[in-house]
Ligand binder design. Structure first.
Ligand code: ADP
Ligand code: ZN
Length: 221
Protein backbone atom coordinates (compact mmCIF):
# COMPACT_ATOMS: atom_id res chain seq x y z
CA UNK A 1 0.00 0.00 0.00
CA UNK A 2 1.25 3.48 -0.87
CA UNK A 3 -0.25 6.44 0.98
CA UNK A 4 0.70 10.08 0.35
CA UNK A 5 0.01 12.82 2.89
CA UNK A 6 -0.57 16.30 1.46
CA UNK A 7 -1.42 19.51 3.24
CA UNK A 8 -0.03 22.77 4.58
CA UNK A 9 2.79 22.79 7.16
CA UNK A 10 1.49 21.64 10.56
CA UNK A 11 -1.85 20.64 9.05
CA UNK A 12 -1.59 17.33 10.90
CA UNK A 13 0.05 15.19 8.19
CA UNK A 14 2.52 13.61 10.57
CA UNK A 15 -0.08 12.87 13.24
CA UNK A 16 -2.52 11.25 10.81
CA UNK A 17 0.38 9.35 9.19
CA UNK A 18 1.35 7.94 12.59
CA UNK A 19 -2.14 6.50 13.15
CA UNK A 20 -2.26 5.04 9.62
CA UNK A 21 1.23 3.59 10.08
CA UNK A 22 0.09 1.63 13.15
CA UNK A 23 -3.17 0.53 11.52
CA UNK A 24 -1.58 -0.84 8.34
CA UNK A 25 1.79 -1.72 9.87
CA UNK A 26 3.78 0.22 7.27
CA UNK A 27 6.42 2.91 7.95
CA UNK A 28 5.66 6.62 7.75
CA UNK A 29 8.49 8.50 6.08
CA UNK A 30 8.84 12.22 6.63
CA UNK A 31 11.21 14.01 4.26
CA UNK A 32 11.54 16.85 6.78
CA UNK A 33 12.56 14.40 9.53
CA UNK A 34 15.17 12.82 7.24
CA UNK A 35 16.61 16.26 6.43
CA UNK A 36 16.67 17.21 10.13
CA UNK A 37 18.47 13.93 10.93
CA UNK A 38 21.12 14.64 8.27
CA UNK A 39 21.51 18.18 9.64
CA UNK A 40 22.03 16.94 13.21
CA UNK A 41 24.60 14.44 11.94
CA UNK A 42 26.42 17.24 10.12
CA UNK A 43 26.44 15.46 6.75
CA UNK A 44 27.00 17.33 3.48
CA UNK A 45 23.41 16.75 2.34
CA UNK A 46 22.29 18.10 5.70
CA UNK A 47 24.35 21.24 5.35
CA UNK A 48 23.06 21.92 1.85
CA UNK A 49 19.44 21.31 2.92
CA UNK A 50 19.80 23.43 6.04
CA UNK A 51 20.53 26.61 4.12
CA UNK A 52 17.08 26.36 2.48
CA UNK A 53 15.15 25.02 5.46
CA UNK A 54 16.26 27.81 7.79
CA UNK A 55 14.79 30.33 5.33
CA UNK A 56 11.52 28.45 5.06
CA UNK A 57 12.24 27.61 1.41
CA UNK A 58 11.96 24.25 -0.30
CA UNK A 59 15.11 22.19 -0.66
CA UNK A 60 15.82 21.90 -4.43
CA UNK A 61 14.19 18.95 -6.18
CA UNK A 62 17.45 17.22 -7.16
CA UNK A 63 18.60 16.91 -3.57
CA UNK A 64 15.15 15.92 -2.28
CA UNK A 65 14.60 13.35 -5.00
CA UNK A 66 18.02 11.82 -4.33
CA UNK A 67 17.19 11.47 -0.66
CA UNK A 68 13.78 9.87 -1.24
CA UNK A 69 15.05 7.58 -4.01
CA UNK A 70 17.61 6.05 -1.69
CA UNK A 71 15.10 5.78 1.18
CA UNK A 72 12.61 3.94 -1.06
CA UNK A 73 15.21 1.26 -1.80
CA UNK A 74 15.35 0.12 1.82
CA UNK A 75 13.76 -3.18 2.84
CA UNK A 76 11.21 -1.86 5.32
CA UNK A 77 9.16 -0.03 2.66
CA UNK A 78 8.77 -2.88 0.19
CA UNK A 79 5.33 -3.89 1.51
CA UNK A 80 4.04 -0.37 1.67
CA UNK A 81 4.73 3.10 3.00
CA UNK A 82 3.30 6.44 3.90
CA UNK A 83 5.02 9.54 2.53
CA UNK A 84 4.67 12.65 4.68
CA UNK A 85 6.08 15.83 3.12
CA UNK A 86 6.98 14.35 -0.26
CA UNK A 87 6.04 15.17 -3.01
CA UNK A 88 5.87 18.90 -2.43
CA UNK A 89 6.15 20.06 -6.06
CA UNK A 90 4.46 18.80 -9.23
CA UNK A 91 7.90 17.83 -10.53
CA UNK A 92 8.52 15.67 -7.43
CA UNK A 93 5.09 14.05 -7.95
CA UNK A 94 6.01 13.15 -11.53
CA UNK A 95 9.36 11.69 -10.47
CA UNK A 96 7.63 9.64 -7.77
CA UNK A 97 5.16 8.27 -10.33
CA UNK A 98 8.07 7.13 -12.49
CA UNK A 99 9.83 5.55 -9.52
CA UNK A 100 6.73 3.64 -8.44
CA UNK A 101 5.82 2.53 -11.96
CA UNK A 102 9.30 1.04 -12.37
CA UNK A 103 8.72 -1.04 -9.26
CA UNK A 104 5.21 -2.09 -10.29
CA UNK A 105 3.64 -0.07 -7.46
CA UNK A 106 0.89 2.50 -7.47
CA UNK A 107 -0.47 5.16 -5.13
CA UNK A 108 -3.58 3.95 -3.26
CA UNK A 109 -4.58 7.28 -1.81
CA UNK A 110 -3.41 10.88 -1.53
CA UNK A 111 -4.81 12.24 1.72
CA UNK A 112 -5.09 16.01 1.28
CA UNK A 113 -5.68 17.75 4.61
CA UNK A 114 -7.71 20.92 4.32
CA UNK A 115 -7.19 23.12 7.35
CA UNK A 116 -8.34 26.75 7.49
CA UNK A 117 -5.52 29.24 6.97
CA UNK A 118 -6.06 30.99 10.33
CA UNK A 119 -5.70 27.68 12.15
CA UNK A 120 -2.52 26.76 10.28
CA UNK A 121 -0.42 29.68 11.52
CA UNK A 122 -1.64 29.02 15.04
CA UNK A 123 -0.80 25.32 14.73
CA UNK A 124 2.70 26.02 13.42
CA UNK A 125 3.69 28.62 15.99
CA UNK A 126 2.36 26.56 18.93
CA UNK A 127 4.03 23.33 17.84
CA UNK A 128 6.60 21.73 20.17
CA UNK A 129 8.67 18.67 19.33
CA UNK A 130 10.53 16.14 21.44
CA UNK A 131 14.33 16.50 21.21
CA UNK A 132 14.80 12.73 21.45
CA UNK A 133 15.33 11.62 17.83
CA UNK A 134 13.93 8.15 18.58
CA UNK A 135 10.71 9.72 19.88
CA UNK A 136 10.02 12.96 17.98
CA UNK A 137 6.58 13.24 19.62
CA UNK A 138 4.71 16.37 18.52
CA UNK A 139 2.73 18.59 20.91
CA UNK A 140 0.82 21.83 20.62
CA UNK A 141 0.84 24.25 23.52
CA UNK A 142 -2.87 24.99 22.95
CA UNK A 143 -4.46 21.97 21.24
CA UNK A 144 -2.65 19.17 23.07
CA UNK A 145 0.00 20.37 25.50
CA UNK A 146 2.38 18.02 27.27
CA UNK A 147 1.42 17.26 30.88
CA UNK A 148 4.52 19.02 32.21
CA UNK A 149 5.41 22.15 30.25
CA UNK A 150 8.44 21.63 28.02
CA UNK A 151 8.80 17.92 28.82
CA UNK A 152 7.76 14.98 26.61
CA UNK A 153 4.98 12.81 28.10
CA UNK A 154 6.28 9.72 26.32
CA UNK A 155 10.02 9.79 27.11
CA UNK A 156 10.71 12.65 29.52
CA UNK A 157 13.08 14.50 27.16
CA UNK A 158 12.90 18.28 26.74
CA UNK A 159 10.70 19.74 23.98
CA UNK A 160 11.82 22.40 21.52
CA UNK A 161 10.35 24.69 18.89
CA UNK A 162 11.65 24.20 15.36
CA UNK A 163 13.41 27.33 14.17
CA UNK A 164 11.32 27.36 10.98
CA UNK A 165 8.13 27.23 13.08
CA UNK A 166 8.73 30.80 14.29
CA UNK A 167 6.23 33.30 12.89
CA UNK A 168 8.18 34.99 10.08
CA UNK A 169 9.54 31.73 8.66
CA UNK A 170 6.17 30.05 9.10
CA UNK A 171 4.58 32.75 6.93
CA UNK A 172 7.25 32.11 4.29
CA UNK A 173 6.52 28.39 4.33
CA UNK A 174 2.81 29.02 3.90
CA UNK A 175 3.50 31.12 0.81
CA UNK A 176 5.71 28.38 -0.58
CA UNK A 177 2.96 25.87 0.16
CA UNK A 178 0.38 27.84 -1.83
CA UNK A 179 2.73 28.41 -4.75
CA UNK A 180 4.47 25.02 -5.03
CA UNK A 181 2.52 22.37 -3.15
CA UNK A 182 -1.16 23.26 -3.58
CA UNK A 183 -0.86 22.46 -7.35
CA UNK A 184 0.20 18.92 -6.39
CA UNK A 185 -3.38 18.31 -5.20
CA UNK A 186 -4.67 19.28 -8.66
CA UNK A 187 -2.16 16.91 -10.22
CA UNK A 188 -3.50 14.01 -8.15
CA UNK A 189 -7.11 15.02 -8.77
CA UNK A 190 -6.48 14.16 -12.39
CA UNK A 191 -5.04 10.75 -11.55
CA UNK A 192 -8.09 9.94 -9.40
CA UNK A 193 -6.11 9.22 -6.21
CA UNK A 194 -6.99 12.44 -4.37
CA UNK A 195 -8.95 12.18 -1.10
CA UNK A 196 -9.48 15.69 0.27
CA UNK A 197 -10.75 15.98 3.80
CA UNK A 198 -11.15 18.73 6.38
CA UNK A 199 -9.05 18.75 9.54
CA UNK A 200 -10.18 21.64 11.70
CA UNK A 201 -10.93 22.36 15.30
CA UNK A 202 -13.78 24.65 14.19
CA UNK A 203 -15.80 21.58 13.20
CA UNK A 204 -14.23 19.37 15.86
CA UNK A 205 -12.66 17.15 13.25
CA UNK A 206 -9.11 16.35 14.27
CA UNK A 207 -6.54 13.63 13.51
CA UNK A 208 -8.50 10.69 14.98
CA UNK A 209 -11.68 11.39 12.99
CA UNK A 210 -9.71 11.99 9.79
CA UNK A 211 -7.64 8.82 10.23
CA UNK A 212 -10.78 6.76 10.97
CA UNK A 213 -12.42 7.94 7.72
CA UNK A 214 -9.27 7.24 5.68
CA UNK A 215 -9.02 3.73 7.17
CA UNK A 216 -12.70 3.00 6.39
CA UNK A 217 -12.30 4.35 2.88
CA UNK A 218 -9.24 2.15 2.22
CA UNK A 219 -10.88 -0.94 3.71
CA UNK A 220 -13.99 -0.53 1.54
CA UNK A 221 -12.06 0.31 -1.61
P1 ADP B 1 5.96 20.52 7.96
O1 ADP B 1 5.61 19.19 8.54
O2 ADP B 1 5.79 21.63 8.91
O3 ADP B 1 5.32 20.77 6.64
P2 ADP B 1 8.49 19.32 7.16
O4 ADP B 1 9.18 18.73 8.33
O5 ADP B 1 7.73 18.40 6.28
O6 ADP B 1 7.55 20.50 7.69
O7 ADP B 1 9.53 20.12 6.25
C1 ADP B 1 10.42 21.07 6.79
C2 ADP B 1 11.27 21.68 5.71
O8 ADP B 1 12.04 20.67 5.08
C3 ADP B 1 10.51 22.35 4.57
O9 ADP B 1 10.14 23.69 4.88
C4 ADP B 1 11.54 22.27 3.44
O10 ADP B 1 12.54 23.26 3.59
C5 ADP B 1 12.17 20.92 3.69
N1 ADP B 1 11.48 19.84 2.93
C6 ADP B 1 10.83 18.77 3.46
N2 ADP B 1 10.32 17.99 2.49
C7 ADP B 1 10.63 18.59 1.31
C8 ADP B 1 10.36 18.30 -0.06
N3 ADP B 1 9.63 17.22 -0.43
N4 ADP B 1 10.84 19.15 -1.00
C9 ADP B 1 11.56 20.23 -0.66
N5 ADP B 1 11.84 20.57 0.60
C10 ADP B 1 11.38 19.77 1.59
ZN1 ZN C 1 9.77 12.11 23.60
Amino acid sequence: MVIIMLGAPASGKGSVAEILSKEFNIPAISSGDIFRKYISEGTEIGQRANSYMTKGQLVPDDLTVELITSRLKEDDVQNGLILDGFPRTVNQAKVLDEMLTKEGKKIDIVVNLETPEEEILERITNRMICTNSDCKAVYNTVLHPSKVEGICDKCGSPLYQRDDDKLEKAKNRLEVYHRETAPVADYYKETGALYSTVLSKSVNRMKDEVARDVINYLKNK
